[in-house]
Design a protein around this ligand. Sequence first.
Ligand SMILES: Cc1cc2nc3c(=O)[nH]c(=O)nc-3n(C[C@H](O)[C@H](O)[C@H](O)COP(=O)(O)OP(=O)(O)OC[C@H]3O[C@@H](n4cnc5c(N)ncnc54)[C@H](O)[C@@H]3O)c2cc1C
Length: 353
Amino acid sequence: MAIEADVAVIGAGMAGVSVAYELAGDHDVVLLEQEGQPAYHTTGRSAAMFLQSYGGPVIRALTAASRLRYDEIGGLLSPRSLLWVAPAEQMDRLDAVAAAQPELVRLDPAGAVARCPALRLDWVAGALLEENASEIDVLGLHQFYLGGARRRGASVLVGAAVRGGRRTGGRWLLDTAAGPVTATAVVNAAGAWADEVAGDLGVPPLGLQPLRRTAAVARTDRVDRAWPLVGDVGETFYFRPEGAGVLVSPADETPSEPCDARAEDLDVALAVERINEATDLGLRSVVTAWAGLRTFAPDRLPVIGPDPAAPGLWWLAGQGGYGIQIAPELGRLAAAAVTGGAVPEALAVARFR
Ligand SMILES: Cc1cc2nc3c(=O)[nH]c(=O)nc-3n(C[C@H](O)[C@H](O)[C@H](O)COP(=O)(O)OP(=O)(O)OC[C@H]3O[C@@H](n4cnc5c(N)ncnc54)[C@H](O)[C@@H]3O)c2cc1C
């Protein structure tokens, strides 16, 4: 006997749970996750930051809209300001960001070092401060959506990899590791696998590219919990306090197949080297390291809504490096699209068809 639903959502990362939550209650929703636990892939591996000044104008608008939702839910954001820093050769870039975002506070090198005394005064040439950036309780947000979806009647199946599917009688019949599932609408929220899942459903891919990003926690007793997230504006590293050490990243973007991504020693070493060059932290060893896949569409904007090439298929993919902070607005837009609402043109699937 097939499980029957109005909407089958593929993937229980932040994307899948947010759209499942928004649709549950008014619709029979089944959430299908290939792993034995939700949030195992990219969602469980982020740097957990909410940065209003990160990304281009479309991303920043999605971030601002999501902020309202974060405030409504409450308790998920804690203060962690953001300091964009630039060595001399990145000053052009810093000036461009300052011109585009006049709300950022310009700091001279001494002002930057006052915010993070580990920075080398002879390395930093200028800085911009986003005072109201935050750290996100990522698992708290994921649980808000997942638990909420369940309470609204959604079924959540883990170990339920979608292996294929076809349209029959105006509905999808999905072949999953947990048995057959039929649904009127399918939402492809499969993260790094979204193009692969489309292929398994006989739908042409969109050209999504997973890019590996590495993070690690390095030991140091020099960290002050009040430091901001510090990142160079050229995006070659960032660090912030984490537990008794610092979370570090080389801000890498290495093309990858969809997979259970692992940190490479070389990438961890690069993060440590770049941060040691910009600071006097003198990092030597890391406690733990991990990597995740940030998946981008060719124009680096999310892809939401109905697929003109595939009746009954909706996408919620390509969240790149912003998929936690903009999840509330993307989940809302994706759910509205499933029920016939319009999607902003810049995010619509039609731009690739
Ligand atoms: C190091 C790092 C730092 C980051 N920092 C931030 C940050 O500070 N702020 C921010 O907003 N974002 C950040 N991101 C980006 C953010 O983590 C992602 O944009 C977001 O997690 C994407 O969520 P998702 O649900 O699309 O993907 P995922 O969490 O990967 O979920 C997709 C799910 O689909 C499932 N799936 C795949 N194929 C199938 C199938 N065939 N059947 C069933 N299930 C399937 C997978 O198992 C997976 O659970 C960071 C990412 C990384 C790697």
